[in-house]
Ligand binder design. Structure first.
Ligand SMILES: Nc1ncnc2c1ncn2[C@@H]1O[C@H](COP(=O)(O)OP(=O)(O)OP(=O)(O)O)[C@@H](O)[C@H]1O
Length: 367
């Protein structure tokens, strides 16, 4: 069962219709890099969960083909049952065994783990999810966020080659979401297991995903690296009122007196509120288009700390709100979006290739 042509990626070709009456059909042909975090993003009912369940073998797509690296999971005449697919699955609700403690739940996974393909150790998982203090508790003694952290730990201890996560934060309130998001970020950044992450929250996807696949009505409408997609005009993302870009760089300076960090990218830098990052860390900052203003010259008499030298690359009128335009500027090769009024664009006589200063308030930069 070896297909020599496919390496290091997940190839999924699926068609699925639940019934004629439902009006929904999934029709996708995707090649996903078997590395990092790929988010399946899209509105409710777009087919994200159906896609994930097909990959897991929990749902059948009779004409479908699925293979991971050189291994066929499904073809016209072959079907690998779910329990033989090297996957971990995290659902919306943590589905822990209620009669077992957190640690007994983990031991259950360890017994079923793929021993020949160990990727992560028990100690690493416990540290990553910070669950040492709650290992002796039963699920009903844990908060929703703690239960979900144990459920993620259990999925990791299966030693999966692919981790499937279906809206793991959807069942949690906003406070618990904020509590668990940093753990997911750690998992996504540090863990060597590729992740398929389903969400309809743009915020979550921006924080976690390296790649994005956007589904609508069962079809793939956009896909690519998160950073590229967010920085491109004409996508569904540039039409969001809170359209953002991600800028990656290295922490070069920190001034604890002001609790600020400096992130260098190319020959420029962005100053932002200090968080947990350390000197030398690679960080990814989110800059919302509404927090970027454009100016013809550099002003040194304002409170704004970030003044980047940029060049106008593209512009898009807001179809919903004619008083606004989205301007894509490049800071060297890094795209930044600025949502400004059409009047300002007119007054500045903006045109492609024009040199400008992009101003970003430090307090508005999200790390
Ligand atoms: N077992 C089923 N039988 C019939 N129709 C189904 C079944 N499961 C899902 N559907 C339908 O398939 C479509 C896609 O559902 P799916 O759950 O995959 O979407 P989703 O993008 O994950 O949505 P959400 O974000 O709300 O979870 C929906 O119209 C849904 O009603």
């Amino acid at each position: 069962m070896v297909n020599r042509q496919s390496t290091n990626r997940l190839e999924v070709k699926l068609t699925k219709q639940y019934s004629e009456q439902s009006g929904f059909s999934l029709d996708v042909d995707l090649h996903i890099a078997h590395t990092g975090v790929t988010a399946l993003f899209g509105p409710s009912g777009s087919g994200k969960t159906t896609f994930l369940r097909c990959v897991a073998g929990l749902e059948r797509s009779p004409q479908g083909t699925i293979n991971l690296n050189n291994e066929i999971w499904q073809s016209r005449d072959f079907w690998l049952p779910t329990h033989q697919r090297p996957i971990g699955y995290v659902f919306q609700e943590a589905s822990l065994f209620p009669h077992l403690t957190a640690d007994e739940n983990l031991q259950f996974a360890i017994k079923r783990a793929n021993k020949s393909h160990a990727i992560i150790t028990y100690d690493e998982v416990i540290a990553l999810m910070n669950i040492e203090p709650i290992l002796s508790q039963y699920p009903q003694q844990l908060s929703g966020g703690e239960r979900q952290r144990v459920a993620i730990a259990r999925a990791l201890l299966i030693q999966p080659q692919l981790l499937l996560m279906d809206e793991p934060l959807a069942g949690l309130d906003d406070v618990l979401k904020q509590e668990i998001l940093p753990y997911l970020e750690q998992l996504c950044r540090r863990c060597r297991i590729p992740i398929l992450y389903v969400s309809h929250s743009l915020d979550e996807v921006i924080r976690l995903a390296d790649y994005m696949v956007v589904l609508n009505k069962g079809k793939v409408v956009e896909q690519g690296e998160t950073q590229n997609l967010l920085g491109t005009l004409g996508t569904s993302f540039s039409k969001y009122q809170d359209a953002s870009v991600l800028i990656s760089g290295t922490v070069e300076k920190q001034e604890s007196q002001w609790t600020l960090s400096w992130m260098n990218f190319g020959s420029q830098h962005i100053v932002f509120k200090q968080g947990n990052e350390q000197l030398g860390d690679t960080v990814r900052l989110r800059v919302q288009s509404k927090d970027v203003s454009l100016s013809l010259s550099k002003h040194n008499d304002s409170s704004i700390l970030n003044k980047l030298s940029v060049v106008v690359d593209d512009m898009e009128e807001d179809q919903q709100d004619p008083s606004m335009v989205m301007v894509r500027v490049l800071a060297e090769s890094t795209p930044i979006l600025a949502r400004i009024t059409s009047l300002s664009a007119h007054n500045l006589k903006l045109k492609k290739g024009q040199s400008l200063i992009a101003q970003i308030k430090s307090v508005a930069v999200l790390s």
